[in-house]
Design a protein around this ligand. Structure first.
Ligand SMILES: NC(=O)c1ccc[n+]([C@@H]2O[C@H](COP(=O)([O-])OP(=O)(O)OC[C@H]3O[C@@H](n4cnc5c(N)ncnc54)[C@H](OP(=O)(O)O)[C@@H]3O)[C@@H](O)[C@H]2O)c1
Length: 268
């Protein structure tokens, strides 16, 4: 059995690849710069990626346009199972945020193959591998998040769940909600990182307009700024705020805490 991992150089994909390989499972690690070249925008790269594959870890592109054609081609080539990474609470996000993820969910559900959706909360690793890393290093994280609470999920757990679902039966038709065990405000989250790292980090609650202006000044396109504001709007509405227990039910142990993440990544 070969498993195709899309986004294989990314935050979750590279962890899924490593975990599958450590279990001796054959993996095709694919992305534009990955071991197997796969580009959502270049259909000539798709056939090679899906050949002799049983299951796909699907990290959707932001642009929803190519997803349906890719999934159809994969099913025609023999793929029998899709595990799609998505955001938690995408029903509340429709038309506002995550068009690619929403299309990924729609398309795998209609594919005729087995499907499972992994609806993840904001990743803890956004603080050290993504958008919030530089501000945290600079000691000032400014977001339009007010005092909202977010149960950040450790993507080591997301990857462990993905491997389980990719390689075992019983998950077809399920949408799992993947969150951390406790919901923290952003002020609390940076305080945890500050405590274990010895850094001084402040959280500043911005207005959406202030956040938008900051993102534009950093060179982000207006559409990205607006979509990120929509994400915080959805979070402020509370759709993602309550910890979910699917990680514990699937892995038989509690989800990793934000403190455990911070001690592993930020200590010293
Ligand atoms: N960050 C969060 O808190 C969060 C929470 C829930 C859901 N999500 C969702 O998770 C997904 C991102 O997953 P991730 O964080 O694991 O990945 P990531 O770290 O954002 O990396 C993106 C991956 O996609 C690949 N990629 C980019 N453009 C591509 C293209 N045109 N064709 C093929 N591959 C391409 C990249 O590799 P190359 O550059 O080599 O192509 C990379 O492997 C998004 O859909 C996001 O909305 C994120």
């Amino acid at each position: 059995m070969t498993i195709l991992v899309l986004g294989a150089t990314g935050k979750t994909g590279r962890r899924v690849v490593a975990r599958l390989r450590s279990e001796g499972i054959a993996v095709r690690a694919a992305s534009r710069s990955g071991e197997t070249r796969f580009d959502w925008t270049d259909r000539g790269t798709w056939a090679n990626a899906v050949q002799d594959v049983e299951a796909v870890y699907l990290v959707a592109p932001d642009d929803p346009e190519p997803i349906e054609a890719f999934v159809q081609q994969a099913v025609a080539a023999g793929v029998r199972r899709f595990v799609a990474l998505s955001g938690r609470g995408m029903d509340a996000a429709v038309g506002r945020f995550g068009a690619g993820m929403a299309e990924g969910e729609r398309v795998v559900r209609a594919s005729g193959a087995e499907w499972t959706i992994l609806g993840a909360n904001n990743f803890a690793q956004n603080f050290d591998e993504d958008l919030w890393h530089e501000p945290v290093l600079a000691g000032r994280l400014a977001l339009p998040a007010g005092e909202l609470r977010e149960p950040f999920v450790d993507i080591e757990d997301v990857a462990e769940v993905a491997v389980k679902v990719l390689t075992s039966p019983g998950h077809h038709g399920r949408t799992y909600e993947l969150s951390g065990p406790e919901a923290l405000t952003f002020a609390e989250a940076v305080a945890v990182i500050g405590k274990v790292s010895g850094r001084s980090i402040e959280y500043v609650a911005q207005t959406p307009a202030e956040y938008r202006a900051d993102l534009l000044a950093l060179g982000w396109p207006a559409e990205v700024a607006d979509e990120l504001n929509a994400l915080f709007e959805i979070m402020l509405e509370g759709h993602l705020a309550t910890p979910a227990d699917d990680i514990e039910r699937l892995l038989g142990r509690p989800a990793g805490s934000f403190t455990a993440y911070a001690e592993r990544v930020w200590a010293g």
